[in-house]
Design a protein around this ligand. Structure first.
Ligand SMILES: CC(C)(COP(=O)(O)OP(=O)(O)OC[C@H]1O[C@@H](n2cnc3c(N)ncnc32)[C@H](O)[C@@H]1OP(=O)(O)O)[C@@H](O)C(=O)NCCC(=O)NCCS
Length: 186
């Protein structure tokens, strides 16, 4: 069984290690064009995942949640999921998710976590959710489709605030490197 709890500042460092130093990281890092030398430092990660994601001080900008699995009465933190909105038009938000290692993947936990966060952002009043996996990340694409996301052509001006188009519209994997997916809550 999966549930989400609000992430705290103490969760940030482990989320960093899950992302860049787990047994799927080499695959993800390569997709992002990162090498061992260019993996972001924890300080750089903190600049992206600022305190407000972990203390809940600016929910209109975004928030992180820890994915908690309970199996045979034993609780375990198995990943992190977030919504981010500061760079997007009103009522649009973007999800990001990663589990802590490969053993946690492929059991439906990520998809269940997405569905739980969908419920949360729906209650916050959002109308559309975007997510942008690498086109080579078949496991992620499959999970997001199961959660109800559909592939769309990206028209940046329909989603990104003008001042963020240059920085974010290309995505994390370079031109044509990702699949733009949308889940409409209307
Ligand atoms: C992406 C992620 C959150 C999805 O969560 P998950 O719990 O693994 O998702 P699910 O188990 O619900 O779905 C994954 C599906 O991909 C399938 N799959 C696994 N490996 C695959 C592969 N190499 N190619 C195609 N499909 C694959 C699984 O069988 C499953 O499909 P099924 O339900 O029909 O059996 C999780 O895999 C993850 O954290 N991956 C590493 C980090 C990452 O890539 N984050 C996303 C960045 S955008």
């Amino acid at each position: 069984m999966i549930r989400l709890r609000k992430a705290t500042i103490g969760d940030r460092k482990k989320a960093y290690y899950w992302l860049y130093y787990s047994d799927f990281s080499m695959f993800l890092n390569k997709l992002e064009g990162l090498t061992e030398e260019t993996i972001p430092s924890y300080e750089e990660f903190k600049a992206d995942y600022q305190d407000y994601y972990f203390i809940g001080s600016q929910p209109e900008k975004g928030r992180c949640y820890i994915i908690v699995s309970t199996k045979n009465g034993k609780k375990e933190d198995i990943g992190i999921i977030s919504y981010t909105s500061f760079h997007l038009f009103e009522k649009i938000t973007e999800f990001d998710i990663w589990l802590k290692n490969l053993a946690c993947t492929g059991h439906g936990h990520g998809t269940q976590a997405i569905l739980k966060l969908v419920r949360i952002v729906k209650d916050l009043g959002y109308a559309n959710i975007i997510i942008r996996p690498s086109k080579y990340n078949k496991m992620a694409i499959k999970s997001y489709k199961k959660a109800g996301f559909i592939e769309k052509e990206l028209k940046p001006g329909e989603y990104y605030r003008a001042e963020y188009i240059d920085k974010f519209s290309e995505g994390e994997y370079g031109p044509g490197g990702d699949v733009f997916m949308v889940l409409s809550l209307l």
